[in-house]
Design a binder for this molecule. Structure first.
Ligand code: PEP
Ligand code: MG
Length: 579
């Protein structure tokens, strides 16, 4: 038996047989004569078009099979195949270096992929793999190996691989796929997204897995070697012994029971024992998360992070593309509302088509709404898409990183431009409620100067805490400041609740704090009645709220406001979260 540790990428536990899916060797490239250049260019253009057609066909097939969001991955790859940048780089290599179509295409795709990889962002790194995959597909067509790759799974198994490109992932038979264990990849890689959509476990970043498996097989002398994976802890066990096998089976049974219970309770209201109603909403980062949130009983989306639309590419998404993404979520949740958050990117997440100056302190720099000073078009387009999506159901839009009333006026003017543009063009649109993220302390301190102008505020406690205690939210060395029950944060939240009540503005919390059952009780005690969280947090928060009494929570909140430390505050609510 050998235990390896990877990164958990899709929840669940599985012990089973496994199969290694190997990457296909790319076709070999070569060189051509100067006379052959024009003909080679034509050949490559035809192969690119054929690859794009293939990818569109796969996208349609997968969408028709009930997985529209996985289908979208291939639609995006089709767009990559048709991307003029790929065509240009390939052409240059053929003309200038006399590389043949295969060599030039593979090198050009790799050149763009390398640019994407150089950006420290997981989503973009995953897209780099897509681009390499597209290059391979075109090269295979040029080499006359145009058939889709796709290892079969002859019996149910956990798929082990270095990485799984989307074109391969899509060909794996759903009914025989028991899980993924990958040597590379991140939780945002496609295999991980696919695993979450299918509800099967996945662990990624398991270094040395394939070699270890091969050694185990050699040492086993013909005895079958099983694999056990835990998509919640990242544990991967090769050839588990009796007690380990039993532990995994128990974990698998417990996780199946917890999932059943979560679904069974999904329709119960989050109401305290003494009748205070709390609305539980979902935080999502892509449209494909909507179905799970609905299954777990979310009553709307309190935070739809839209960065995924902007980070996955070399050019900004079109209005229609955004409309499609927003509308699919709005349709899924109607008549419950969906809160779309305007783009929150900037110095900390550079993107290829936004040339931003490097900043010494990106979190204090040109981020989120602050980008509107130089690129108002990005926000107006996004708002136009949101107003158009509002014909399908209730839509709210909130601006991230609002600091004061001037930022609010900026939001309102961008929204007015979006409406005027749509109305001028005669495009159909709905009404949208406008609000702000309360994630900068100043926004709460001066809330009374602009609350009359907006419909709602949503506390982004992740950033609010980081800006209040001056601690980078990702710096593990400063963990002691990162408990959201810090007394300073509690006082700011109390101020926000009071300002919202005075102004008649709806208030919610969409930071991670809302999904922490103990902290959620503190929020309810402070007067918050709308909590938005990752889907996986919904069941436990619901159960915790249902086991508490508002009167106790209010008293504990009152006392907590006088405490000096987060741990003392946490202790007060922990005893009330024993439901
Ligand atoms: C927050 O800051 O609390 C928040 C919800 O936004 P993000 O985590 O996307 O910055
Ligand atoms: Mg934030």
């Amino acid at each position: 038996m050998q235990t390896l540790l990877g990164t958990p990428a899709s929840s669940g536990v599985r012990r089973a047989r496994w199969t290694i899916v190997r990457e296909e060797a790319p076709p070999a490239g070569g060189t051509i004569t100067p006379e052959a250049v024009e003909a080679e260019l034509e050949r490559v253009a035809a192969a690119r078009a054929a690859a794009a057609d293939q990818l569109e066909a796969i996208a349609a097939r997968i969408a028709a099979a009930g997985h529209p969001d996985e289908g979208a991955i291939f639609a995006a790859q089709a767009a990559m195949a048709r991307d003029p940048m790929l065509a240009e780089l390939t052409e240059r290599r053929i003309r200038e270096r006399l590389e043949d179509g295969i060599a030039a295409t593979l090198a050009a795709a790799e050149e763009i992929a390398a640019q994407l990889r150089a950006i420290p962002d997981e989503l973009l790194a995953a897209r780099a793999a897509d681009l390499t995959d597209v290059g391979l597909r075109i090269a295979r067509l040029l080499a006359g190996r145009g058939d889709e790759p796709g290892p079969g799974l002859d019996a149910p198994a956990i798929v082990v691989a270095r990485d799984i490109p989307p074109s391969v992932a899509a060909t794996l038979p759903r009914e025989r796929l028991l899980g993924f264990a990958l040597e590379t990849g991140s939780p945002t890689a496609h295999a991980a997204i696919l695993a979450r959509a299918y509800g099967i476990p996945a662990v990624v970043g398991v270094g040395g897995l394939i070699a270890a498996l091969e050694q185990a097989v050699a040492a086993a002398g013909g005895r079958p070697v099983e694999l056990a994976i835990d998509g919640d802890s990242g544990e991967v066990v090769i050839d588990p012994d009796e007690p380990t096998a039993r532990r995994f089976d128990e974990l698998a049974a417990a996780s199946a029971r917890a999932a059943d219970r979560a679904i069974a309770e999904a329709n119960l209201p989050a109401v305290t024992l003494d009748g205070a109603d709390v609305t539980l909403l979902a935080n999502i980062g892509t449209p494909d998360e909507a179905a799970r949130c609905l299954a777990l009983g979310a009553r709307g989306v309190g935070l739809f992070r839209t960065e995924f639309l902007f980070l996955e590419r070399a050019t900004p998404p079109s209005e229609d593309e955004q409309l499609a993404a927003y509308r699919s979520v709005v349709e899924a949740f109607a008549p419950d509302p969906v809160t779309i958050r305007l783009l929150d990117i900037g110095g900390d997440k550079p993107i290829p088509y936004l040339p931003l100056e490097p900043e010494a302190n990106p979190f204090l720099g040109v981020r989120a709404l602050r980008l509107a000073a130089t690129r108002p078009d990005l926000f107006v387009t996004q708002l136009r898409a949101a107003y158009r999506a509002a014909t399908a159901g209730p839509v709210k839009v909130m601006a991230p990183m609002v600091a004061d009333a001037t930022d609010v006026e900026l939001l309102l003017s961008l929204a007015a431009q979006a409406r005027a543009g749509l109305d001028g063009e005669g495009l159909e649109r709905g009404e949208v409620e406008l609000g702000v993220m309360l994630e900068i302390p100043s926004a709460i301190l001066v809330a009374d100067t602009y609350f009359g102008r907006i419909a709602f505020g949503s506390l982004g406690t992740n950033d609010l805490l980081q800006y209040t205690v001056a601690v980078d939210r990702g710096n593990r060395a400063l963990a002691r400041y990162q408990d959201s029950l810090h007394p300073a944060l509690l006082r700011l939240i109390r101020d926000a609740v009071e300002a919202a009540e005075r102004a008649g503005v709806e208030l919610s919390v969409c930071g991670e704090m809302a999904g922490d059952p103990v902290a959620a009780l503190a929020l309810v005690g402070l007067g918050v009645r709308k909590l938005s969280m990752a889907a996986g947090s919904l069941p436990l928060v619901r159960r915790t709220v249902r086991g508490a009494r508002l009167a106790d929570l209010r008293a504990a909140a009152e006392a907590a406001l006088g405490e000096a430390t987060a741990s003392a505050i946490r202790a007060r609510f922990e005893v009330l979260a024993r439901a």
